[in-house]
Design a protein around this ligand. Structure first.
Ligand SMILES: [Zn+2]
Length: 164
């Protein structure tokens, strides 16, 4: 089994914001941030009752750096998850930190208008909707409009059992 943190779907109802925040704070300890010194942890909570943790991973070639939110999202996606209900971010900043623009766009692709929670160093929590953070979001509907197809069809579920 991967190190993806998960809980049984039946436990999902009991998966409180506090538990998600604790998981994001724990993930933050794995951050690789020698350049910015800004360690971030994140958790992507799925509708299937699991959560996937991520941390930011920097690189000496700065453009290769990946944010904690996208690490958590991509871990979930790579395990077949496609439906999300929240992303939780933990930093040691004085005030809650929202996701960067790139992460907002990446999250919108798969999550739509989900809850975004962020916890700061001393426990202050902020909550936004992703739509509020990314107004007039660009997505597949715009590509479909360019093709004259109207709104896009729902995203297909991942195939099962097929080799990657
Ligand atoms: Zn980001």
């Amino acid at each position: 089994m991967s190190d993806a943190q998960s809980v049984e779907p039946s436990a999902n109802a009991a998966l409180s914001d506090a538990a998600l925040i604790a998981a994001a704070q724990a993930a933050r300890r794995h951050a690789y941030a020698p350049y910015s010194k800004f360690s971030v942890g994140a958790v992507a909570q799925t509708r299937s009752g699991r959560f996937y943790a991520g941390c930011n991973i920097e690189n000496a070639s700065f453009g290769l750096t990946v944010c904690a939110e996208r690490v958590a999202l991509f871990k979930a996606l790579s395990e077949g998850e496609r439906e999300f209900q929240a992303v939780v971010i933990a930093t040691d900043a004085a005030t809650p930190t929202p996701p960067c623009g790139a992460c907002r766009q990446a999250l919108w692709e798969f999550c739509g208008d989900i809850r975004i929670l962020s916890v700061a160093r001393q426990g202050a929590v902020a909550e936004w909707s992703l739509a509020a953070l990314l107004p007039a979001a660009f997505d597949d509907d715009h590509l479909a409009a360019r093709r004259g197809e109207g709104p896009s069809a729902p995203m297909p579920a991942p195939s099962s059992g097929a080799p990657a």
